[in-house]
Design a protein around this ligand. Sequence first.
Ligand code: BDP
Length: 684
Amino acid sequence: MKKQLLTLLFSACLINAYAEDGSRLWLRADTTAQATVTANRQSPVIAVAVKELQTQWRGAPVQLLIAGTKAAQTLGSDGYTIAGNPQTGVTLTAAAEQGLLYGAYHLLRLQETGALAGNINITEKPGYERRILNHWDNLDRSIERGYAGRSLWEWEKLPDTLSPRYREYARANASIGINGSVLNNVNANPQILSGEYLAKVKAIADVFRPYGIKVYLSVNFASPKTLGGLPDADPLNREVIQWWKNKVKEIYALIPDFGGFLVKANSEGQSGPQDYGRTHADGANMLADALKPYKGIVMWRAFVYSPTSEDRAKQAYQEFVPLDGQFRDNVIIQIKNGPVDFQPREPFSPLFGALQHTQEMIEFQITQEYLGFSNHLVYLAPLFKETLDSDTYAGGQGATVAKITNGALRPAKVTAIAGVANTGDSVNWCGHHFAQANWYAFGRLAWNSELSAEQIAEEWLKMTFTADENFVRPAADLMLASREACVNYMMPLGLHHIFSFNAHYGPQPWGYFPGGRMDWMPVYYHKADSAGVGFDRSKTGSNAVSQYFQPLGDLYGDIDRCPENLLLWFHHAAWTHKMKSGNSLWDELCYRYDSGVRQARDLQKAWDRLERHIDAERFDQVQAKLQIQAKDAVWWKDACLLYFQTFSKMPIPYEIERPVHRLDDLYKVWFRQEDVLNNNYCIK
Ligand code: BDP
């Protein structure tokens, strides 16, 4: 009995020592190294770089140099060179302390991914100056569209108690080059600007600073009125202007390196300058003027649309293009990757490139609001890259979204990129172990948008699981297949926004709620009828195609030449429309949904084969999530095909799997977000 107890205790300890709960993210290096590291300057940031190397670097001595040479100056504040040999000695050189920090993480990444061979001679400089996470975290610690627990920011305990996770978060970001965090939701509570909350924000900023991370805040445009007690928040009202100036002064007194404001104005019910008959430029410039003396910036969102008869996909362009050239040089317009809203696939937003005299930045969504929450394994690097690599043809061929926004083609005072974070207080940070890869990929692409999705997947897998090639190759393939699988089982061929209302999880193509906003209803987006399906955005329809530069406008506008993966985004195509495969549109749609289901099952098969290479804990958790994903894929396929069949009146090709649900039952499925996250929703 005693012996049994001892064995039990012993194995419990073992399990504990090797607990693989995902909390260490991709930062899993052994920290018992005792490397010799020297630096020619001292600062809190350099101290972090030195410590990381001292405890993890297993090679010859490393020297960190801040250099004032011309060559070093061209690297900017974040760039660096790494030169030398791991056997004889390595020198990191940078013009500023952040560069040394990023160089240190780069060197460690080479070590951890087994990429150190012989002499090292690396020069790096980031593509975007500001690489920012947007947290949609509320002050009550709920997270809008968050699927990984509650907010990391423990507002109720701040500023006195600092969670150890603030530092871990900052470290993880620094390791992938992220240098900014907008702490609160774009649907901003004015309280964030109160003295009480600013003291809490300062406490977080102090923890982030040695990791090179600046803090930014989302602000509510009505704050002077709701928080400051002024009669209005009109951006031309002198009192309002003064209120913001005072507020900004107060912020910088607490946080001297504060980054600036993110603003969602006149969008989805948020107040804004238009409430007072002013323009977005009036509003943004007023804030920009207040921030200017402190080098702060305004990220003004272009996510605006209202329930008019105009196609929602056209509205941001219509509102912002007439204002081109009117914004201050510390304003940057933050544009979602697509013209509607973070769908599994969208064309790029036509605003990229269209604002020729206004700085533009891209906003991606890392949290999977429309891609299966933290239940589905969907690796987002291919989606991010699809947008970044899209040619806008602004001013001719080769003007990719990346080059338009990162300063390569249009010199800009401010360049930036944002990703809506998928972090929360869950043990593994992101809810799904593989969702960590999306955080990682965002950071890596913000640094260098030319990295391939494959390279990033491999790096992440090696650091997060094991460098064993027998694991890494197939696991990378699985990741790379996952986004297209998701598009296929949710919304192939350019279908979009046919999610269950509000929750944005699961299919509800029939969604129509009398009296509600039409532009929030799935039927608005697919427009299925007895003739066909899809949103006609060609010249005969809303003519959204005219917002794209040529030759894209014509290409998208021609039903026979439009890329088929966007067909139903731009066209209302007949059910009998002949596809490139020779199939009718209806048959093709059926085959796509079916292949999505099969791909979801293939993800399961591929994962099960990898069991022996990794720890049981994470293996089991991912396996359980993949089961949900495969079940959901069938739900999607059945719901969409059975519903669209009520219009096409055509048979589901007989060789593909039959539906296992009845449409009447699917109409009744109802659940809340928590049910989805607890895997407690039932499809009959
Ligand atoms: C949509 C979300 C909503 C956000 C909005 C935004 O459904 O919760 O507030 O975007 O970006 O995707 O402002």
